[in-house]
Design a protein around this ligand. Structure first.
Ligand SMILES: Cc1ncc(COP(=O)(O)O)c(C=O)c1O
Length: 369
């Protein structure tokens, strides 16, 4: 049997008629950017999450940039951020000319621990980015409490966690500002790039709305209150996402069934092979990652049996060439370095069959045997 890691034709094929109709409708409407479909998607996300403010943007990375700028991040400011994550959590502060100050992750979860914040905080630290990673939730209540005690504001990077909850709070709303990515691979994946910023803080919501569209206030055109960007969302992607949002609970339920099955079966194999754990909460199963001591040999073993896998992320952020100027060396963040060596992502998407999921489990098990 062959199990693809990304199976986009299967994931998007069911929407062929919808996409055709939207291209014909929106593509000839003359209303292409930040119009009715974007407003509808923002309203739908507010309805689903309870957020007071939702600001549609061009992608999750731009959401991070705008959210950080709205929190006052710029030159001379330090931003605490995980040493192991997608590049944007570190590049966004750096692109704003702030300094990313890395915080190690727990190698069992891939997320930062609240008690690390006091150790890593610098006098210039203003913001902490707490990221949910893969299918693991960060312990937001603890992080928020520690950050408040230290006078830090919290950006919750919930790019991968729309629909999850920690301590009963929807992912995205546990800090000062949060965000979602609609990159095609995400559970709510679009037909192109897109993202959303959410907040219950009116001042932040308003500032993000301005910054995504050249600092304009949405009332007077070509009056620029701030230096902003063109980080807007296209109507065609918004229309598709609003339609797909109705299916998100069913997509999540199917992902959860597969993820919990992996957890139960692969959880028996440890300690040399073990699923990443999560802080308590209602998880969303996005990328499914295990730790494997002999990761590369396991990957080859799975490949021989037709199971495609992916590596996220083989170079931790503190050792990336683009951050060489920060002066870090191997050994600085052992949790991040362990995951860079051991993390292996298995196929998981709602369209997988039970037989495929079972095949993945048995292929992993046969390596261990
Ligand atoms: C944790 C995290 N933050 C931010 C992003 C950036 O999102 P985008 O790809 O939409 O720019 C990603 C993308 O995978 C992510 O995994």
């Amino acid at each position: 049997m062959k199990v693809a890691y990304f199976d986009y034709p299967r994931r998007f094929g069911a929407d062929a008629a919808l996409v055709k109709q939207l291209v014909a409708e929106v593509g000839t409407s003359g209303a292409f950017i930040l119009k009715q479909h974007v407003a509808e998607l923002e309203a739908a996300i507010k309805g689903q999450t309870g957020a007071a403010h939702a600001v549609a943007v061009s992608n999750g990375t731009d959401a991070l940039l705008i959210a950080l700028a709205s929190l006052g991040v710029g030159p001379g400011v330090d931003v605490l951020t995980p040493a192991f994550s997608f590049i944007s959590t570190a590049s966004a502060p750096a692109l704003l000319r702030a300094r990313p100050v890395f915080v190690d992750v727990n190698p069992d979860t891939g997320t930062i621990a609240a008690d690390e914040l006091a150790r890593r905080r610098t006098p210039e630290s203003k913001v902490v980015i707490a990221a949910h990673l893969f299918s693991s939730l960060a312990a937001m209540a603890e992080i928020q409490a520690a950050a408040r005690a230290l006078g830090l504001r919290v950006l919750e990077d919930s790019a991968v966690a729309l629909g999850a909850r920690t301590a009963g709070v929807p992912a995205g709303l546990a800090g000062d500002v949060g965000l979602y990515s609609f990159f095609p691979a995400k559970p709510l994946g679009g037909i192109g790039d897109a993202g959303m910023i959410v907040s219950n803080d009116a001042a932040l919501g308003d500032m993000c709305r301005r910054l995504r569209n050249h600092g304009q206030d949405g009332v007077t055109r070509f009056l620029h209150h701030h230096l902003g960007w063109n980080h807007r969302m296209d109507e065609i992607v918004a229309a598709y996402l609003t339609a797909k949002l109705a299916r998100l609970p069913a997509l999540h339920a199917r992902r959860r069934a597969i993820g919990e099955h992996y957890d139960a079966e692969l959880g028996k194999l440890g300690p040399a092979i073990r699923p990443l754990a999560s802080a308590p909460g209602e998880r969303v199963f996005y990328t499914y990652v295990i730790r494997a001591e002999r990761r590369d040999a396991l990957r080859a073993h799975l490949f021989e049996r037709g199971v495609e896998t992916q590596l996220y992320y083989t170079v931790p952020l503190h050792l990336q060439p683009c951050f060489a100027h920060l002066g870090h060396v191997a050994g600085d963040f052992p949790g991040a370095e362990t995951l860079a060596r051991e993390a292996l992502a298995l196929p998981l998407y709602a369209e997988m069959t039970d037989a495929e999921a079972e095949y993945v489990v048995s292929a992993v098990r046969s390596f261990h045997a």
